[in-house]
Design a protein around this ligand. Structure first.
Ligand code: AGP
Length: 617
């Protein structure tokens, strides 16, 4: 949450900062600001007068950009921030950058300073003046207090004083040729280029300027000059770390003609799932060395524990079903935010798996740390190379879905599901849980999934039309059973987050135990009802809600005639095997939610109150 970008080099930085912030806007978008070091020569021959100009505004980046156009702020060293408020309302005064009393130091921060009240009182008692309600504002004042000619040293002292999390970036007019940064938990990367160097929360911020990156690790500090990036460890010792080349390109981070990132990312799914299979599933053979487990270890597995949040949690629910069904290993799925508070058991032969597209979700990170402290070996499934979760896990499976900019997870979800299928198959084959015939059939079906997703996408207009007829309803129930249930939960989550309509995802068979009371003419019931082993059961459940006058929208298998008479609206999916309906049925639901939100005029890429990476508890 919150996006950070900084630049120092030989180019004017205003546009670089604003452009970078726009690419980071998915991380937070309630206010934004930039600070630029400006050097003016007031008299010929005299030394320049150096100051920091700050432009900030409440609201989205375009509000701040409008202000920045009005002011002449040219300089080659600057920092920028887009905020997701934690402490203090999203107002102009609380927007970053924040400054010290002298106005010589400017700071941006992503994270939470847990002991800020205490620090603020101490600083106030020694005469520091505060103007905002934020926790961040203690940082420039601490730097002011610790600065004695070396900004990096002041940052290192500050690190010893604060509790909580943060990626912190600062500059000072007393050290005009440098920008310094520090990291505790929240992500921070350095971008290296011939024209100057960058700091950012995430690669897309600066991909148009460089693809060479260095990850800053926890408790490290960094000093950026126009031609050098120096990283220091916790003890302040210089570390030698070479940049790596990102295989993401700027095209991935642009809308490329689509109206929204979300729509673009939905349409990228045939390619995304192929990428997730690439190198792992070739010519009917599975290769999964990345799992870091040999056949004996797989045969000895007693339990798989999966933790995740939000959409990733729904991918875990599909993982549970396929690993249990195909590999005959019991699987436990937990919300990351619950796991560490419930005194979990970690035993011999357990495999602990964390699923997170961003690799930065703080609850997932905390659960990983808890599991490792109890002796678990952690396997991460993530989309972001070099993310904190990737670095803190014993093995990593990358989903390779490409950057996902829309706050709503779409293509990363289907890629996570593919990894779940591949894991289930791989374990199943090694443990003998799956016969050769079944194994071959599943692999054949998996190969066909990208085309079947494409088939659904080609008929997006049908879903647009159904959305146009139903978007005014106030209550939506998404019902599914077995592999349709994670899709139902995910469908409801999509609709809630981008349209702000009340929606519930529910096991269809549980309706009569309570939620059926919600059903009347104002309710839309979306039934995920492919012709699978529970088809007859869900058909009865749908008739029950139909009898209570709900509007029924059924997602069915191609050519299924029996459900038609109970449905007001229908969408037919290409046929596949029971397990793979888990991935296919989410595609119409993503599109349906998208079109409902668009009918309601909502901003689907940046829904209110949300952020792409949830780095606060
Ligand atoms: C999905 O659309 C949401 N934005 C959210 O639920 C997300 O899936 C959750 O925050 C987990 O994120 P992660 O996969 O990056 O850990």
């Amino acid at each position: 949450m919150c996006g950070i970008v900084a630049y120092i080099g030989n180019r004017n930085c205003k546009d670089i900062l604003i452009g970078g912030l726009k690419r980071l806007e998915y991380r937070g978008y309630d206010s934004a600001g930039i600070a630029i070091m400006v050097s003016k020569c007031l008299k010929k021959g005299s030394s320049p007068d150096i100051s920091i100009e700050v432009v900030k505004e409440a609201g989205k980046i375009k509000e701040m950009e409008g202000q920045a156009k009005e002011v002449k702020v040219d300089g080659k060293c600057g920092i920028g921030h887009t905020r997701w408020a934690t402490h203090g309302e999203p107002t102009k005064i609380n927007a970053h950058p924040h400054r010290d009393c002298s106005g010589k130091i400017a700071v941006i921060h992503n994270g939470i300073i847990e002991n800020f009240e205490e620090l603020k009182s101490e600083l106030k008692a020694s005469g520091h003046r505060f103007i905002s309600d934020t926790d961040t504002e203690v940082l420039p004042h601490l730097l002011e207090k610790y600065y004695d000619g070396d900004l990096l040293l002041a940052m290192q002292r500050l690190m010893g004083k604060i509790k909580g999390s943060g990626a912190i970036v600062a500059m000072s007019t007393d050290s005009p040729g440098e920008i310094v940064g520090a990291r505790i938990t929240s992500p921070l990367i350095a971008g290296v280029s011939r024209d100057g160097n960058f700091l950012a929360s995430d690669m897309p911020a600066v991909l148009e300027h460089t693809r060479n990156f260095i990850v800053i690790n926890d408790f490290e500090t960094v000093r950026l000059t126009a031609n050098k990036v120096e990283i220091f460890d916790k003890e302040g010792k210089l570390i030698n770390r070479e940049p790596f080349k990102a295989n993401w390109s700027i095209k991935n981070a642009e809308k490329s003609g689509y109206e929204d990132f979300m729509l673009k990312e939905i349409f990228e799914q045939p390619y995304g799932v192929k990428e997730s299979m690439r190198g792992r599933l070739t010519n009917g053979q599975l290769h999964f060395d990345e799992l870091g487990l040999d056949s004996e270890q797989i045969k000895d597995l007693k339990k798989v524990q999966i933790i995740a949040c939000g959409t990733s949690y729904h991918a875990a629910l599909i993982g549970k079903q396929v690993i249990e069904k195909w590999a005959k290993i019991p699987v436990e799925v937990d919300f990351s935010s619950e796991y560490r508070y419930r005194d979990p058991l970690v035993g011999e032969g357990y495999l602990f798996v964390a699923i997170t597209q961003s690799g930065e979700t703080i609850d997932t990170l905390a659960a990983i740390r808890e599991a490792r402290s109890r002796g678990a070996k952690v396997m991460a499934i993530t989309n972001v190379v070099g993310s904190t979760v990737a670095r803190e896990s014993d093995s990593v499976i990358y989903t390779h879905a490409g950057p996902e900019i829309g706050v709503c997870a779409t293509k990363t979800f289907t890629s996570q599901i593919i990894i779940m299928y591949l894991m289930g198959l791989y374990f199943g084959k090694i443990r003998g849980g799956l016969g050769i015939e079944d194994y071959g059939k599943i692999i054949d079906e998996l190969h066909m999934i990208p085309n079947k997703i494409q088939n659904i996408l080609n008929r997006a207009d049908e879903l647009k039309e159904i959305a146009r007829h139903t978007f005014k309803h106030k209550c939506f129930l998404f019902l599914g059973r077995i592999f349709g249930l994670p899709a139902a939960l995910e469908g409801a989550l999509k609709l809630k987050e981008i349209s702000y309509i009340h929606a519930e995802g529910y096991p269809a068979g549980e309706m009569k135990h309570g939620p059926i009371a919600l059903t009347d003419t104002r309710t839309v019931v979306v039934g995920i009802m492919p012709e699978d082993s529970v088809y007859d059961k869900i058909l009865s459940n749908i008739q029950e809600v139909k009898a209570r006058k709900a509007t029924i929208f059924s997602i069915i298998s191609e050519g299924d005639g029996s459900s038609k008479k109970y449905a007001d609206y229908l969408f037919e999916m290409p046929r596949t095997i029971e397990e793979l309906y888990g991935i296919l049925s989410i595609i119409p639901l993503q599109l349906y939610s998208y079109y409902i939100a668009k009918n309601l005029g909502k901003d689907v890429d940046q829904p209110r109150n949300l952020a792409k990476s949830v780095t606060v508890e």
